[in-house]
Ligand binder design. Structure first.
Ligand SMILES: Cc1cc2nc3c(=O)[nH]c(=O)nc-3n(C[C@H](O)[C@H](O)[C@H](O)COP(=O)(O)OP(=O)(O)OC[C@H]3O[C@@H](n4cnc5c(N)ncnc54)[C@H](O)[C@@H]3O)c2cc1C
Length: 451
């Protein structure tokens, strides 16, 4: 059993503006714990017939964050032996392939936070990556719509944040201009964000795989990491399909990230609580339309952006909502997973979270059960929407870290131990920011590898 003892903690949190804030120095992780790990188990050694490798770096997780990390590593240090170890038989099966497909411009995030910095860097990198790989990326822009006076201060705050985050072309518009931009939308004032774009993140993941393989990286699919042991040099990832040895491990395990962190003894204070989001698709031929993206003014107590309308290439999606998922990978129609549910329900942080957001949680649950209630919420922005206009669409589950006090952690969180770097929280806009998060992780891994 690996045990871990915190010997040093860099006491800074960009969101909380703590001492030694790394703002302006995105090469450092936001939260780094240096842990001393002591192994009490016999070691398997890399280089033995049962162990694939040894690799310089093994990345756990073939989502956008893991694939971007592998790509950045091979780009920054060609010749590095890199493997991506993924439990499914294909990449991007979870969050990275089940999201809204929005390339966020960066209007929402606290200036100076990792989300603000890496969203901006990641968006620019993604636009150029998509261009180089012939992946269509459309920029229909977004309207964030206030429907009542009480929302105007929050709308103005978003405007200020957007400007501080370096967005261009942002402006507030009144009802007339709003109608010119989105004829079917109603509201009293809106913030127009012209830089918001849409892309197929599944296609981005596919292009990342090709890049990684072309540069000599290996993709090891169908290998669920069940345990991580210390080897003579580095770590051994234990999987039922054979073990994998690596000098440095970067864990980008999304919905399983807290469990993978525990495998190295890095317990930490964060637990993943899975929030499911359901989408509806607009029925063809209905009498309303959106030209771009239409979002509500977000509820600042909640990190999710609220039900929105997204114009995709050939479709319009409405959603996602946010309800507790019955399992970390229990999408709509999947059975509940007892272990996952028990983990959530027994976590004291979850009780505190529910206590704090009981009303919102109840409302979301009711809307999840009733298309009529869901359509009612949509009518605040598009009065013509009827329940019959909404066809069932896909669903996705967000990996949201919750701390022991029941607070939803908003910013990206990395946790670094000797030879292992964990991504502990990579919520939206981590698909947009993937290439930037990957850049940070690759730099940390290269530092760990040494010259
Ligand atoms: C409904 C929804 C809508 C969203 N909308 C947007 C959006 O419009 N724009 C945006 O920027 N972001 C959006 N996001 C957020 C974004 O999708 C995620 O932040 C991002 O995809 C996270 O990527 P990841 O690689 O960390 O995680 P994932 O994509 O979940 O990948 C983690 C991978 O790790 C693998 N894994 C887990 N455990 C193990 C193990 N033990 N061994 C081996 N492999 C393992 C999993 O199988 C998985 O493939 C949305 C998310 C959701 C759920």
């Amino acid at each position: 059993m690996l045990s871990a003892r915190p010997v040093e903690r860099q006491a800074h949190s960009p969101d909380g503006g703590g001492r030694g804030s790394p703002v302006g120095d995105p090469g450092r992780p936001p939260t780094a714990y240096i842990l001393a790990a002591v192994s009490g188990r016999p070691n398997l050694e890399a280089g033995t017939p049962d162990v694939t490798g040894p690799f310089d770096v093994a990345v756990i997780g073939g989502g956008l964050v893991g694939l971007s990390t592998a790509y950045r590593l091979l780009e920054m240090r060609p010749g590095t032996r890199v493997a991506v170890v993924e439990k499914e038989d294909r990449v991007a099966l979870h969050q990275s392939g089940r999201n809204s497909g929005v390339v966020h411009a960066g209007v929402y995030y606290r200036p100076g936070s990792w989300r603000a910095l890496l969203c901006r860097e990641g968006r620019a990198a993604l636009e150029s990556f998509a261009g180089r790989h012939g992946i269509p990326l459309a920029r229909p822009g977004k309207l964030i719509v206030a429907v009542e006076e009480a929302e105007l201060p929050a709308l103005a705050e978003l405007h200020r944040r957007g400007l501080r985050n370096g967005l261009t072309g942002l402006r507030e518009v009144g009802p007339e201009e709003m109608r010119a931009l989105e004829p079917d939308v109603t509201g009293i004032r809106a913030l127009h964000v012209p830089e918001t774009a849409v892309v197929d993140f599944g296609a981005v993941a596919g292009a990342l795989v090709r890049e990684v393989e072309h540069r000599g990286g290996e993709l090891l699919l169908g290998r669920e990491v069940r345990a991580i042991q210390r080897g003579r040099i580095g770590r051994i990832l234990l999987t039922e399909a054979g073990d994998v040895g690596a000098r440095v491990v970067v864990a980008c395990a999304g919905l399983q990230s807290d469990r993978v962190a525990m495998m190295t003894g890095a317990r930490g204070p964060l637990r993943i609580v899975p929030f499911r989001g359901r989408y509806y698709r607009r029925r063809p031929g209905v009498g309303w339309d959106v030209r771009g993206l239409v979002y509500p003014v977000p509820d600042r107590r909640f990190p999710f952006l609220g039900v929105h309308f997204t114009r995709r290439r050939d479709d319009i999606w409405v959603g996602p909502n946010a309800v507790l998922a019955w399992g970390r990978e229990a999408y709509v129609g999947s059975p509940l997973t007892l272990r996952d549910l028990a983990d959530t329900l027994l976590y004291p942080g979850f009780h505190r979270l529910v206590g704090r957001h009981l009303r919102v949680a109840a409302r979301e649950l009711m809307r999840d059960r009733s298309a009529a209630l869901f359509a009612g919420a949509c009518r605040r922005y598009l009065p013509a929407v009827e329940a019959a206009d909404l066809l069932p669409g896909p669903s996705g589950i967000r990996a949201q870290a919750v701390d022991a006090r029941g607070r939803l952690v908003e910013d990206f969180v990395l946790q670094e131990t000797e030879g292992v770097i964990h991504v502990r929280n990579a919520p939206s806009p981590a698909a947009t920011a993937g290439l930037a998060i990957g850049r940070v992780l690759a730099e940390r891994a290269i530092l760990q590898l040494g010259p």
